[in-house]
Design a protein around this ligand. Structure first.
Ligand code: Q9C
Ligand code: ZN
Length: 342
């Protein structure tokens, strides 16, 4: 299958995140994308192509347009205000505060448009976000043009970004924007299968009230795992979307036995829904040696994921999300894709 990749991801570098009382270098780093690209080349997955340029119209429908327009302004306003280092929020409009008045200050707007201090901006961040968006839509256009599958090697990732918030290394929700684009270009229904270790809270929020996109999520139980505030089994969708959201929260220590069983169940739900296209939010932070995760998948498990998804027999768009065991990320992510192609 074809891989879409842009070197512009690399401008998003040297980022930090606030986690458990420490400012630390972000686990989401440029070498991740380079290891995946190198592995795709090494195994001869297929051509590695640059993205085409897409406008942000679809992004402005999936997200709040004001949120999309905010992001390109962040770095310039942060530096103009005299701040240096990574642009990060430190206050948020939680319960009991006003969430309906947008503040003027850049450091406050960062909090208004985010749910954690895990999606910072440096100088090249917006350009990388933009390129990641174009990577996703270029790969989506291949699939809607008749390719059986395509791989969007997105960086930064997207599934934690909601209608009007960033967080967890995510800014634009690449998989959601691609799903919307596929609907706008001939698909009647799309399923998003999110296999990243973390719950795709942004994707769930975006499509929660809609029946034309089914969202299936396998992830660490939010009672003990990031993003903590969404991803429980009783979240089934609402209104038109009732019954089209399925969460599989799994305990720490889950290995292929438990994870693979959840995948089989999710695939049954997917087949029953009958989508025209599948979008896979492909995170490989389920790996046993991932530094921030607690599942126990091994390298040999990743091709099994690809084979199971291939057996659905549907056009499939793979969109890269998380995975922080940098040395192994290429072998694991590309393992899913070669499993699909076997
Ligand atoms: N101890 C993605 O995989 N930090 N984002 C969590 C838990 C944020 C992960 C810290 C993790 C975000 C796309
Ligand atoms: Zn993740």
């Amino acid at each position: 299958m074809k891989t879409i990749f842009s070197p512009r991801h690399a401008g998003h570098a040297g980022n930090v995140e606030l986690m458990t009382g420490k400012i630390m270098p972000a686990f989401e780093m440029p070498s991740r994308a380079e290891f995946i690209r190198a592995r795709a080349e090494e195994v001869g997955l297929g051509p590695i192509l640059p993205p085409d340029a897409f406008d942000l119209d679809t992004a402005r429908r999936v997200h709040d347009p004001a949120y999309v327009d905010f992001m390109p302004t962040v770095w310039e306003r942060w530096t103009a205000a005299g701040f240096d280092g990574t642009a990060l929020p430190y206050t948020w409009p939680t319960r009991g505060l006003r969430g309906d008045v947008v503040p003027d200050a850049i450091e406050a707007q960062l909090g208004y448009y985010s749910f954690d201090a895990g999606a910072g901006f440096v100088e090249g961040t917006w350009d990388a976000i933009r390129s990641s968006h174009d990577v996703a839509l270029t790969a989506a256009s291949l699939v809607s043009g008749g390719e059986r599958a395509a791989f969007a090697l997105c960086r930064p990732p997207g599934h934690h970004a909601g209608r009007a918030f960033m967080g967890g290394y995510c800014y634009l929700n690449n998989a959601s924007i691609a799903a919307q684009w596929l609907l706008d270009h001939g698909a009647g229904k799309v399923s998003i299968l999110d296999v990243d270790y973390h719950h795709g809270n942004g994707t769930q929020e975006i499509f929660y009230g809609r029946g034309d996109v089914q969202v299936l999520n396998l992830h660490g139980d939010p009672k003990v795992e990031y993003p903590y505030f969404l991803g429980h089994a009783d979240e089934r969708g609402e209104g038109e979307g009732e019954g089209f959201n399925h969460n599989y929260p799994l305990p720490w220590g889950t290995d292929w036995d438990g994870w693979g069983a959840a995948l089989v169940d999710a695939c049954l739900k997917l087949v029953a829904y009958g989508p025209d296209v599948v979008v896979v939010s492909l995170g490989v932070d389920t790996f046993e040696r991932d530094p921030i995760s607690k599942f126990k998948l091994v390298t040999e498990d990743y091709p099994k994921i690809g084979r199971r998804i291939e057996a659905l027999g549907l056009p499939t768009l793979f969109v890269m999300e998380g995975g922080y065991a940098v040395e192994e990320i290429g072998v694991n992510a590309v393992g899913v894709l070669t499993g699909f192609e076997e």
